[in-house]
Design a binder for this molecule. Structure first.
Ligand code: 4AD
Ligand code: MG
Length: 460
C-alpha cells in the first residue's frame, strides 16, 4: 500500500528509499506534454509549492492524461526521485495515475493573474490560487499562535455568547436575532413574544461577559466571531470579523498596553518564523516592504503617546486632513496613519482619550475629562487594538451608565461585579483580520476572510 503524503512533507524530505511507494492527492496546476511522458504540477494546498509528477505514457491511468487539465483532481502513486529540473529537490515518478474529477476548460482559475475583485466573486475556488492559499494558511497559523500566546501565559479561554442582549460598545450597530415575522415584529411588546422573550442581537464584543470570568479566573481571553451592522464600506471594516479579547484582573492601563504590544510582536514573530514561504510570496507580490517592516516591529520598542499630545502633534503637522483635528473629536484613520506612518514611523499606542467619545465601561481618570482608553495603531492600517482599564468603582460606573442612558436593570449582572469583590481590571480587543492584514500586507480586509460579509454583500 502506498503511503498518502502531503506535498509539504514530501518537499521537506531528506532522503527517499527507492522501494517506497507514495500516494499524492491534489489538483492539477499545469500539465506539459512531451513525446514519451507528461509533467504535471500538482498542488494540494499544504504549501505554496506544487510537486512535479512525471507520468510516462503507458503507465496505468495514462490514458486519462488529456483530461488531467488545470483544476482537475488527481491521485498519483509513485516513487520519489531527485528532480532533474531546477528549483525543486524532489519529483515523483508516477506508477499509476487516477483522474478523480475532471475540470472542463471553463475552469475559472487559469494561469494568468486574476484581480482580487474577480477572485472574491469565485470565493469557493479562491483558496486554490497561490496567493489565497497562502493567506488562509497564515490565517490558520495565526489562530493557533494566539492560543499559544495565551496558554503559555496561563490565560483561560472563555467562550462568550454569540447571541446577546447587551450592546457593549454602545454604538447601536447590532444585528437583531429574531424568529418573529411580518406584523409580529412590529406588534406592541413584540420583543416579549420573541424566541428568547426579549430583544436579542449578534454580539459586537464578548468583553462584558469576559469581564465576569476575569473577576473569577484572573486572566482570560475570548476568541470568536463578532458582528457589526456598521455601514462603513472601507478596506478595514467587515460586518463579521473575529476578535481576541483578553481581560486581566488586578491590572491597570499600563499592564494592558504591555500585553497588547507583547502580543502584536509575538504574532508577527511567529508568522515570520512559521510562515516564511508564504510571507516571502506576499513580500514579492503584495507588499515589497513587508518582511523588513515586520522585522523592525519585532525588534524596536513601540511608542506611546497620550491622546492630548497626539492631537497637538496632528495640529502641528501642517497636513491637510479631510476630517478636523480638535481635542474631543475621535481620531480618524487618516490621523492614526499619520501618527504611525509619518510621525513616529513605528507602531504607537494612543491612550487617555476624552471621556465623551468612549463607551460607559472605561475607567474615568482623575482629571474627570479623560478615560483610560488605549488604541494600538500600526503602519498601513491604523487601529488594530482597542482596549481600556475598566471602571471598577460602583458609584462612578453607575454615574457613567446614567450619562450613557443605560438601564441598571439591563446590566445588573455587570454592576454586581463591582458590588462583590471588585478589582481593578483591564483588557483589549485585537481585530484578528486587521492583524492578518498587518502580517500579510494584504490591503483589503475582504481578502483575509474566507467568505467576507460587508454591507450589501454576503454572496456565499
Ligand atoms: O475598538 P473596538 O470596538 O473595541 C471593543 O470591541 C472592545 N470591547 C474591546 C475590549 O476592550 N475588550 O474593537 C476592537 C478591535 C479594533 O481595534 C479593530 O481591530 C477590530 O476590533 N474591529 C474590526 N475589525 C474588522 N471590522 C470591523 N468592523 C471592526 N470593528 C472593530
Ligand atoms: Mg476601537
Amino acid at each position: 500500500m502506498p503511503t498518502r503524503s502531503l506535498v509539504k512533507d514530501i518537499l521537506a524530505r531528506e532522503s527517499a528509499p527507492s522501494d517506497e511507494s507514495l500516494l499524492i492527492q491534489g489538483w492539477v496546476r499545469t500539465r506539459r506534454d512531451s513525446k514519451a511522458c507528461s509533467f504535471i504540477a500538482v498542488n494540494d494546498g499544504s504549501c505554496l509549492a506544487s510537486l512535479q509528477i512525471v507520468v510516462d505514457h503507458g503507465i496505468p491511468g495514462s490514458d486519462d492524461l488529456p483530461e488531467a487539465t488545470t483544476g482537475a483532481s488527481v491521485e498519483i502513486e509513485g516513487s520519489l526521485v531527485p528532480s532533474q529540473g531546477q528549483g525543486q529537490k524532489w519529483e515523483i515518478l508516477a506508477t499509476r495515475l487516477t483522474l478523480v474529477g475532471a475540470a472542463p476548460d471553463d475552469y475559472p482559475l487559469q494561469k494568468k493573474g486574476h484581480t482580487p475583485e474577480f477572485l472574491r466573486s469565485i470565493a469557493h475556488l479562491r483558496p486554490r490560487s497561490n496567493l489565497y492559499g497562502a493567506v488562509f494558511r497564515v490565517r490558520s497559523r495565526l489562530a493557533f499562535a494566539i492560543h499559544q500566546f495565551f496558554q503559555e501565559r496561563s490565560f483561560v479561554y472563555v467562550h462568550t455568547p454569540i447571541i446577546t442582549a447587551s450592546d457593549c460598545e454602545g454604538a447601536g450597530e447590532m444585528f437583531r436575532v429574531t424568529t418573529l415575522e411580518g406584523a409580529e415584529f412590529t406588534a406592541p411588546n413584540a420583543a416579549a413574544a420573541d424566541f428568547f422573550g426579549r430583544a436579542t442581537y449578534l454580539t459586537v464584543s464578548g468583553q462584558l461577559e469576559g469581564e465576569t470570568f476575569a473577576c473569577a479566573l484572573s486572566n482570560i481571553y475570548t476568541f470568536g466571531p463578532t458582528f457589526r451592522a456598521e455601514n462603513s464600506n472601507t478596506t478595514r471594516h467587515a460586518s463579521e470579523f473575529w476578535m481576541i479579547e483578553p481581560e486581566m484582573a488586578f491590572c491597570d492601563l499600563e499592564g494592558d498596553m504591555n500585553l497588547a504590544e507583547e502580543m502584536v510582536k509575538y504574532l508577527a514573530a511567529d508568522a515570520l518564523e512559521q510562515c516564511a514561504e508564504d510571507l516571502a510570496l506576499f513580500n514579492s507580490f503584495v507588499d515589497k516592504g513587508l518582511l523588513e517592516r515586520l522585522r523592525f516591529v519585532i525588534e524596536r520598542p513601540f511608542q506611546r503617546v497620550p491622546y492630548t499630545e497626539a492631537v497637538e502633534i496632528l495640529k502641528a503637522s501642517g497636513k491637510e486632513f479631510d476630517y478636523p483635528v480638535a481635542w474631543g473629536l475621535n481620531l480618524q484613520s487618516e490621523h492614526e496613519r499619520y501618527l504611525t506612518e509619518e510621525h513616529f514611523k513605528c507602531p504607537v499606542t494612543v491612550y487617555n482619550y476624552p471621556k465623551d467619545i468612549k463607551p460607559f465601561y472605561m475607567r474615568t481618570n482623575d482629571d474627570g475629562k479623560t478615560v483610560t482608553a488605549m488604541d494600538l495603531l500600526v503602519p498601513g492600517i491604523g487601529e488594530i487594538v482597542g482596549g481600556s482599564q475598566r471602571e471598577e468603582r460602583l458609584d462612578v460606573l453607575l454615574e457613567n451608565m446614567k450619562a450613557h442612558g443605560l438601564s441598571k436593570d439591563d446590566y445588573w449582572w455587570y454592576i454586581d461585579l463591582r458590588r462583590y469583590g471588585t478589582v481593578p481590571h483591564a483588557g483589549f480587543g485585537l481585530g484578528f483580520e486587521r492583524m492578518l492584514m498587518f502580517v500579510t500586507g494584504i490591503p483589503n480586509i475582504r481578502d483575509v476572510i474566507p467568505f467576507p460579509r460587508t454591507p450589501g454583500s454576503a454572496p456565499f
